[in-house]
Design a protein around this ligand. Structure first.
Ligand code: ATP
Ligand code: MG
Ligand code: MG
Ligand code: MG
Length: 467
């Protein structure tokens, strides 16, 4: 079954259960300053869950674009993690609850996707007897394959407010996927693949730490499209699917390697294929590479992809040439990708060229530093060196950390921050000197104050030129 069909069937299934289908929200959160990226299907619906806004319908379903940077180092290492992925979800805002959520999830997987029910394992929150009863009595799921888990695994909460237990559905991929013959559900390896998380938002946690039953209980579920597709296409990892192979094959052809040749080149192919999706979607949704916040994440991901392209011996700029393939694979469902194709290519290419200019030099410097440390039997890259790599050679701190880590070295985070602060102070002082001789800047300053610093980009661009 093709990935586009899986997405479609999921939405159709929930439409048949009375859900309104909504398009994916943009990756850049709208009116939510607490969040850098939309990272789950429920994220755009926070206001519906806490009651501060009214949903178009009390049951909705989406395929939501997500970015998660916490998984960046897992990409290519595990079978199942991406920086960009799609989360299929069904949501109830005070409408149906646990019973329907569980029954429908099972119905979709076994009747619409035809999975072998014997492969499933279910986890529930340890005190959630209600979920246990529904799974065993209504679904008829064998209790031997239901595992009760602790709060940190199967209870969803962030600080105070709406929260609740969850039940996760896993697929046993067999011992060949396990880290050992007897590894169990909850293990970090790829054997028991977590596919679907059903969250039952039934409490309101108060400031005093009390859990009060919510009068209107909610459902929030999320299933990774790439994961369920890997199962349906009998792929050993998410990558050997129609979502990634067109990119992987194209990169491999250009690098003159074959997918499957070696662990090292496979890792590079997977990372690049993953990262170019994130970058393309992020830019299509309005993020641009920069040195701050969201833009810094885009830059970081892009530069990490450039480094892996180097591992494959590819000539930079190269990444921008993969963009049309991303558009080909994903454009049918995400039309803004099609509309933005040329801009994405241009921006990616520019950023690649920018980094390429200093990448080799930076790598040489890093190698020198590491050689010096080796002599001294030291293990930590000094903060000022990490800063120079960042400031002069465009190495995001995390990139230096990762390269160092591969060779068994750490970086001095505090020292890096200190150098960063010193740099800020120097820039501030230089700006004051400059201001004194340029009265027209008073005007810019006034405008900046009026608009609020963040909205006014003209002055910052002006600043760059004065440095
Ligand atoms: P994992 O334990 O595998 O890291 P998770 O528990 O962090 O996943 P949830 O927050 O429960 O994931 O998200 C719901 C679903 O979204 C997961 O069951 C999975 O199918 C999918 N998912 C989560 N993170 C990723 C990711 N980085 N890449 C691809 N799919 C993901
Ligand atoms: Mg996770
Ligand atoms: Mg998990
Ligand atoms: Mg989970």
């Amino acid at each position: 079954m093709k990935s586009s069909e899986v997405r479609e069937k999921f939405l159709k299934f929930f439409e048949s259960k009375g859900h309104k289908l909504l398009p994916s929200a943009p990756l850049v959160p709208q009116d939510d300053p607490t969040l850098l990226w939309i990272n789950a299907g429920m994220a755009p619906f926070k206001d519906y869950f806490n009651g501060s806004a009214i949903p178009p319908k009390r049951r909705v379903s989406t395929s939501q674009k997500c970015i998660r940077t916490n998984d960046i180092e897992n990409v290519g290492k595990t079978a199942r993690h991406h920086t960009f992925f799609e989360m299929l979800g069904n949501f109830s805002f005070g409408d149906y609850f646990k019973e329907d959520a569980i029954n429908w999830a099972y119905e979709f997987l076994t009747e619409w996707m035809n999975f072998d029910p014997d492969k499933f394992w279910v986890s529930i929150y340890k005190d959630d007897d209600e979920a246990f009863e529904i799974w065993t009595k209504q679904v008829g799921f064998p209790k031997e394959r239901i595992v009760r888990m602790d709060k940190d695994e199967n209870f969803w909460e962030i600080g105070t407010g709406p929260c609740g237990p969850c039940s996760e559905i896993h697929y046993d991929r067999g011992v060949d996927y396990g880290c050992s013959d007897d590894c169990e559900l909850g293990c970090d390896c790829d054997r028991y693949l977590e596919i679907w998380n059903l969250v039952f938002t039934q409490y309101n946690k108060t400031e005093d730490g009390e859990y009060l039953e919510l009068p209107n209980k909610n459902i929030d579920t999320g299933m990774g499209l790439e994961r369920i597709v890997s199962l349906l296409q009998d792929a050993p990892t998410n990558f050997e699917t129609d979502l990634f192979m067109p990119m992987i094959n194209y990169i491999a052809d250009n690098a003159d390697v074959k997918y499957g040749d070696s662990k090292e080149t496979d890792m590079a192919l997977k990372v690049i294929a993953d990262h170019i999706r994130s970058i393309s979607f992020a830019i299509a949704d309005g993020a641009l590479p920069s040195n701050e916040g969201r833009g810094y994440v885009v830059r970081r991901i892009l530069r990490r992809a450039v480094r892996y392209a180097k591992v494959l011996g590819l000539e930079i700029p190269f990444l921008h040439t993969i963009v049309p393939i991303v558009v080909e694979v994903m454009g049918d469902h995400y039309s803004q990708l099609v509309d933005m194709e040329e801009q994405i290519k241009k921006i990616v290419k520019q950023e690649e060229i920018r980094f390429e200019e200093t990448l080799e030099q930076g790598m040489d410097i890093l190698e020198e530093v590491i050689a010096e440390l080796k002599k001294k039997d030291a293990k930590v890259i000094p903060g000022d060196k990490v800063f120079t790599l960042y400031d002069t050679y465009g190495f995001p701190k995390e990139l230096t950390e990762e390269i160092a880590g591969e060779q068994g070295y750490e970086i001095d985070h505090a020292g890096f921050e200190k150098s960063m602060e010193e740099q800020r102070n120097r820039a501030r002082a230089a700006r004051q000197d400059y201001d004194q001789g340029h009265s027209e800047l008073e005007l810019y300053k006034a405008i900046r104050e009026e608009l609020g610093q963040d909205d006014f980009v003209g002055y910052e661009e002006f600043e760059v030129e004065t440095e």
